[in-house]
Design a protein around this ligand. Structure first.
Ligand code: PRP
Length: 208
């Protein structure tokens, strides 16, 4: 049978995930010296490196059996897969942030909120019964209030350094975020034993 294929989120989560794979006893030489290659071997597993939202797409379409991706991307994009394990890695928070010293909730005008996560932003303000204008931004969302494009941002905050260095602060925390293991629904039926074995191994080495 072919190797189980695992989609791994590149960037932010990559290093910590590779460290976890090493603790599982996997040979991570290719992953650590990948150059520009995108498909790599780790023992019997084939590892694909992709952007977070694409990890979900590959797992949903069944071209990857397993994915490792942040809860932020799951809540924003996720639909049909099994979310199996919280890896306790890449811990951060979704938060509403504003320019230091301003009160987002003051006044009666419709507020403008910039985010890479329009669905989460919409759900958050709906839960507050607040009508806001959402502006989709692709990266460095912190720029939007600085340029007066938005009154606030909804984004992930890890160390808080980006906010601090740009004169912004958290107005309200929305929800905690961390990396999760997701599994394709058909793979779960067809390759249960191999998937269980992977999950058991990763569970035994993840931070508790
Ligand atoms: C994320 C997030 C914040 C920053 C938070 O961006 O969107 O900008 O990290 O981290 P901190 O609290 O530790 O400063 P990322 O680095 O993923 O880049 P991007 O916004 O340009 O996509």
């Amino acid at each position: 049978m072919s190797s189980l294929r695992i989609a791994l989120t590149k960037g932010r989560l990559e290093k910590q995930t590779v460290e976890l794979f090493e603790k599982m006893g996997l040979d991570c030489d290719e992953l650590k010296n990948k150059g520009r290659r995108l498909i790599l071997k780790a023992n019997d597993y084939e590892v694909v490196l992709a952007k977070a939202a694409d990890v979900i797409t590959y797992v949903e379409h069944g071209v990857c059996d397993i994915g490792i991706v942040g809860k932020d991307t799951i809540v924003e994009n996720g639909k049909s897969f099994y979310e199996m394990t919280d890896l306790n890695l890449g811990k951060c928070d979704f938060a509403l942030a504003v320019k230091k010293g301003t009160n987002f909730f003051d006044g009666f005008n419709t507020k403008r909120v910039a985010s890479k996560y329009p669905n989460i932003t919409k759900a958050y303000f709906e839960s507050k019964g607040m009508d806001v204008k959402i502006i989709k931004i692709e990266g460095s969302v912190e720029l939007a209030p600085l340029l007066n494009l938005a009154d606030g941002i909804v984004d992930i905050v890890e160390t808080g350094t980006t906010l601090k260095e740009n004169g912004l602060e958290v107005a309200e925390k929305i929800m905690p975020v961390s990396a999760r293991v997701i599994v394709n629904m058909a793979s779960m039926k067809l390759r249960r034993e191999e998937i269980d074995e992977f999950l058991k191994k990763i569970d035994s080495v993840k931070p508790q």
